[in-house]
Design a protein around this ligand. Structure first.
Ligand code: 5AD
Ligand code: SF4
Length: 435
């Protein structure tokens, strides 16, 4: 048998891309490829790209430029661009960078095996369709190999919300939910391979409708799987947080007390201009309900500053919302105009103003994040150990609240969930002592 060919895949952007990259490795496994961490020894290089904010395409072109030398040394090396930049730029990529052999959008990567055969003949392969068939169904089953204790599982893709700043409805297409029987089978398989915690992924995951009772129904069905101990989901839109899902946060023991629920802005005028379809009061009411169901829930969010038309008063409303809600974790971004989106037509806030706002918001969010983390000291948590730490005898895992936690523990605890008490809060992690 000939040596396996080597695939180097570099992943940018969100967790859905991480999941997609894993599945692309599996799809090309059938073509005789194994993954390598080194581009130098690769027979194929794939960049799985993200288009959510500015300069994404430019970054991809400069990254491709870096592989030019490699391709000159190794003419048989195949180079591909996958993901959302591939979807947005399509054939333009091969025009601008002719050494690219393959361009595949996020909805077509189940066709990679055929595309690989095409590029082996020296031809180019391009596929940015939104095919009728379900790509997940057409992928080979994951190999039965053992794996780490946590996994992502994509249950929903695309988005119908059309927030005025966002490219997702254009790059990932309309909202599509995977049928729950396939998700349950995939989850069962992951558990058989050692997975204890599954994070359900979707661009707007709480709009999932592939099971009776929506996402809450799916979570309850997953909770029936023996050996699956923790369920998380990300990312959500406030308008799709239905009562059943809120209630599940209070009653489903396997659903972890962590919720990523982006609000983007605290100003009613900006929320309207963003086409978010809810007010700040709606969000406050929703928060009250969620905290009522699960008082210790750690809340996470996304914010955009400098959206076109954002005044100082609008920005103050965002700071005020953050102070009132309190976030344990958050991501904030400077608005970046995305070609083809409605907001891109509007005049932007001056860069220095947006920069200053971003700094101010980030300072507040960092302070809240630290305070939340510090408040864990003295508390009992359950840690799912994922890997060994740098110091001998140390393991690293995650608490229910998704905090990274270090503890001295025997390596036999890897992949296990253990009770512990938090004794120290460090910059980005906690230290615990096992019970
Ligand atoms: N500019 C800045 N941030 C953006 N996001 C999405 N689109 C843009 C954009 N055009 C942010 C939102 C979203 C997160 C994934 O990325 O906050 O929730
Ligand atoms: Fe983009 Fe999320 Fe809005 Fe959908 S809900 S358009 S993915 S920001």
């Amino acid at each position: 048998m000939s040596d396996p060919k080597k695939l180097y895949i570099k992943t940018y952007g969100c967790q859905m891309n991480v999941y997609d990259s894993e599945r692309m490795v599996e799809a090309l496994g059938g073509q005789g490829y194994v993954e390598t961490k080194s581009p130098d020894e690769a027979d194929m290089i794939l960049l799985n790209t993200c288009h959510i904010r500015e300069k994404a395409a430019e970054k991809v072109y400069s990254e491709l430029g870096r592989f030019k030398g490699l391709k000159a040394e190794k003419p048989d090396l195949k180079i591909g661009v996958a993901g959302c930049v591939a979807q947005a730029e399509g054939a333009e990529i091969i025009k601008r960078q002719p050494m690219v052999d393959l361009v595949v959008g996020p909805q077509s990567y189940h066709r990679l095996p055929q595309m690989e055969e095409v590029v082996q003949t020296g031809a180019k392969a391009l596929d940015t369709d939104f095919p009728e068939e379900d790509k997940f169904e057409h992928l080979k089953a994951r190999p039965k190999a053992k794996r780490g204790p946590t996994a992502f599982l994509t249950v929903q893709e695309g988005c119908d919300k059309f927030c005025a700043f966002c490219v997702v409805p254009y790059t990932r297409g309309a909202e599509v939910s995977r049928p729950s029987d396939r998700i349950l089978a995939e989850a069962q398989d992951l558990v058989e391979r050692g997975v204890r915690e599954i994070t359900l992924l979707g661009q707007n995951v709480n709009a999932y409708h592939g099971h009776d009772g929506g996402l809450a129904g799916l979570i309850w069905a997953l909770a029936e799987i023996d050996g699956l101990d923790r369920i998380r989901f990300t990312t959500s839109h406030p308008n799709d947080m239905d009562d059943a899902l809120i209630e599940a946060h209070g009653t489903c023991e396997k659903l972890m007390p962590y919720l990523h629920l982006p609000v983007q802005s605290g100003s009613d005028a900006i929320l309207k201009a963003m086409n978010r379809k809810h007010t700040r009061d709606d969000y406050f009411r929703l928060m009250d309900k969620i905290k009522g169901a699960r008082p210790d829930l750690l809340l996470s969010g996304d914010f955009i500053v400098g959206f076109p038309g954002e005044t100082d008063a609008d920005f103050e409303d965002t700071l005020d919302l953050v102070r009132q809600v309190g976030y344990g974790q958050a991501y904030s971004f400077k608005y970046s105009a995305r070609p083809g989106t409605p907001a891109a037509e509007r005049a932007t806030v001056e860069a220095h103003v947006a920069d200053a706002r971003l700094q101010e918001l980030q300072a507040l969010l960092t302070q809240q994040q630290r305070a939340t983390q510090d408040s864990m000291v003295g508390r009992q948590v359950k840690i799912l150990f994922e890997k060994t730490g740098r110091d001998p005898g140390q393991l690293i895992g995650k608490s229910e609240y998704l905090h990274a936690v270090y503890a001295n523990a025997d390596p036999a605890n890897l992949g296990q969930i253990k009770s512990a008490r938090i004794v120290r809060s460090m910059t980005n992690s906690l230290e615990a002592v096992l019970d």
